[in-house]
Design a protein. Structure first.
Length: 171
């Protein structure tokens, strides 16, 4: 009887230890993104350009542009990851050119003594890539598979400053 009690206690303690060891592991494990070394396209040039509106309400942001020399059949460009932002790649009229932009937004954080009000804060989403300021990752579909390619040495063009208002005073 003592031996059975000892065995069941040992199994119970082992079960509890393994249960606690897995707590939160799903939050800490990151998805590994495999970055391709030989993409199915050839890039002609890339650049980023900061811009600022002439009014406070207009805001500011960054434009990112990629021009391809060639893109293989069955490849479609999806997103660009640049300076901790995921940007949708929008095809220009020039079929080999993709642009995307993001706004420089300040996040409003609710600080309140009532935790229910603070629950409205959205938690930050971890950025999937470690990139230098002049690097980006392009995501693309290649024959039904989502793949990634890292682009280095992105040219940074001078900032565009838009005027305060309509220079001709016409609306």
């Amino acid at each position: 009887m003592k031996r059975a009690k000892y065995i069941f206690s040992l199994i119970g303690i082992t079960f509890i230890i393994f249960s606690f060891s897995n707590c939160g592991s799903s939050n800490t494990t990151k998805t590994k993104y495999k970055v391709e070394k030989e993409p199915p396209f050839v890039i002609n040039n890339t650049f980023s350009q900061k811009w600022v509106a002439g009014t406070k309400e207009g805001g500011s942001g960054t434009l990112v542009q990629v021009t391809f020399k060639s893109v293989n059949q069955g490849v479609s460009i999806k997103d660009m990851y640049f300076r901790n932002n995921k940007i949708e790649a929008v095809q220009s009229r020039n079929k080999n050119q993709f642009k995307g932009s993001f706004l420089n937004e300040t996040k409003d954080v609710i600080m309140d003594s009532n935790p229910i009000n603070e629950a409205n804060n959205t938690p930050p989403v971890p950025f999937p890539f470690k990139l230098a300021a002049n690097e980006m990752v392009i995501s693309y579909m290649n024959n039904g598979m989502l793949e990634y390619y890292k682009v280095k040495n992105i040219e940074e063009k001078p900032m565009l400053s838009y005027p305060q208002g309509n220079p001709n005073n016409k609306y």
